[in-house]
Design a binder for this molecule. Structure first.
Ligand SMILES: Cc1cc2nc3c(=O)[nH]c(=O)nc-3n(C[C@H](O)[C@H](O)[C@H](O)COP(=O)(O)OP(=O)(O)OC[C@H]3O[C@@H](n4cnc5c(N)ncnc54)[C@H](O)[C@@H]3O)c2cc1C
Length: 374
């Protein structure tokens, strides 16, 4: 049995950010991943947007970690030459009825200390994005886009330079509390013993918590999977900013929005529907819904809209629930000292990766399981 100090489960952007951060401070960090490479699930199936933090309730982890993560991510991308662009973002009201929700969103962003949000008239919107149809909008300067693959690669390189060990094809199948730590068993027969166990297993993080002995059902930590599909545009447009409609009033997703990639190609999505299948396939079944949603703010015809990619969100918020925050804590009070669970790390998880990693380090340092101050 291998003895290690810290074992991190998962090489998505969260596990890699945690490994990079902790390996600056601890000597024996091992990261295990069931797939044969990093970022094979949610971290490579998203919009690659560096969010600002306007949407989330004040003082929620999502609000605090997104705002902080946004700043840390731009700095990290600049220092490590990761392609990114601070595009800014336009949220548009396409009908007078949406104006109260637009003003409310601006107010919420300001309560979350997001800097520089501007209210735009119909004419302002036209001046900024002539092709976009809007009766009013808000502009948020701190939103941007980033090359997620190279971000993960860079985090992995940082961790390895600090002597962290990253092991692929290591699927965790059993966990038991043994002495001062955890015995972790793998599908390939390997067994590790670790003092600290960090569960950043994304879509499977509730299953990992279950394996450790936490009753996720009774603690409301059971994940709901929620698929999001993207369509790409083939027509040429001169769009410079990300463009979002008002978010879904139930808070399940941000609305089918327009994002740009670093080559200035336009993608629309993601939509959102709950599923229990790990199925990333994509077809045209939702094309009409996309055309309807997108044509509210930009003219696109059916011939110019093509199925692209999909991703699956790991949500603590079920179909009829209201807002759920990220769940990040050491499980002392449940009888599992040294086990840190990260569950429900949906959007803005990519943006928050570096601030989440910092939070995990502070939780470990504080030793009391809950951190009250970021
Ligand atoms: C459609 C969509 C769009 C999004 N857009 C954005 C956005 O624009 N901006 C933003 O900030 N956020 C966005 N997000 C959220 C962001 O992508 C996630 O928060 C983030 O990628 C989560 O990373 P993760 O490391 O927790 O999960 P993952 O990337 O899924 O990584 C978890 C890893 O754990 C491994 N694992 C699981 N079980 C085991 C096991 N038993 N043994 C070993 N390894 C295991 C998996 O194989 C996987 O590699 C979006 C999400 C989706 C779905």
């Amino acid at each position: 049995m291998e003895e290690v100090e810290i074992l991190v489960i998962g090489t998505g952007v969260i596990g890699l950010a945690i490994a990079a951060e902790l390996s600056n401070h601890y000597s024996e960090v091992v990261v295990v991943e069931q797939e044969n490479s990093f970022g094979r699930h949610t971290s490579s199936r998203n919009s690659e947007v560096i969010h600002s933090g306007i949407y989330y309730p004040q003082n929620s982890l999502k609000a605090l970690l997104c705002k902080k993560g946004n700043e840390l991510l731009y700095r990290f991308a600049e220092t490590n030459a990761i392609s990114h662009r601070q595009t800014g973002k336009l949220v548009v009201a396409t009908h007078e009825d949406e104006l109260p929700a637009l003003y409310q969103l601006k107010k919420n962003g300001e309560l979350n200390s997001v800097a520089g949000i501007k209210l735009l008239s119909k004419e302002d919107c036209k001046a900024i994005e002539p092709e976009i149809k809007a009766v009013a909008g808000i502009f948020i300067p701190s939103t941007g886009i980033i090359d997620t693959h190279n971000l993960m690669k860079s985090l992995l390189t940082h961790a390895e330079r600090n002597d962290a060990i990253i092991l692929f094809k290591m699927k965790v199948t059993a966990i038991s509390l043994v002495g001062k730590g955890y015995k972790v068993e793998f599908a390939n027969g390997e067994i590790f013993h670790t003092r600290i166990l960090i569960n950043s297993a994304g879509l499977f993080s509730d299953k990992i918590a279950d394996l450790a002995g936490i009753n996720t059902e009774s603690h409301s930590l059971r994940l709901h999977w929620c698929k999001g599909e993207y369509f790409k545009a083939s027509s040429s447009h001169n769009i410079r900013h990300l463009v979002y409609p008002l978010p879904d009033p139930k808070g399940i997703f941000l609305g089918i929005h327009l994002t740009l990639n670093l080559n200035n190609e336009i993608r629309f999505g993601p939509n959102a529907y709950y599923t229990d299948k790990l199925d990333y396939s994509m077809d045209e079944h939702s094309k009409n819904d996309f055309l309807k949603a997108v044509n509210k703010y930009i003219d696109i015809d059916s011939e110019n809209l093509h199925p692209d990619d999909t991703g699956i969100r790991s949500k603590l918020q079920g179909p009829s629930d209201s807002f759920h925050d990220f769940y990040i804590r050491e499980e002392n009070d449940k009888g599992f000292p040294g086990l840190i669970n990260l569950i429900g790390i949906e959007s803005p998880g990519l943006t928050s990766a570096l601030s989440i990693a910092e939070l995990v380090r502070k939780i470990l340092k504080s030793g009391n399981g809950v951190l009250h101050e970021l």
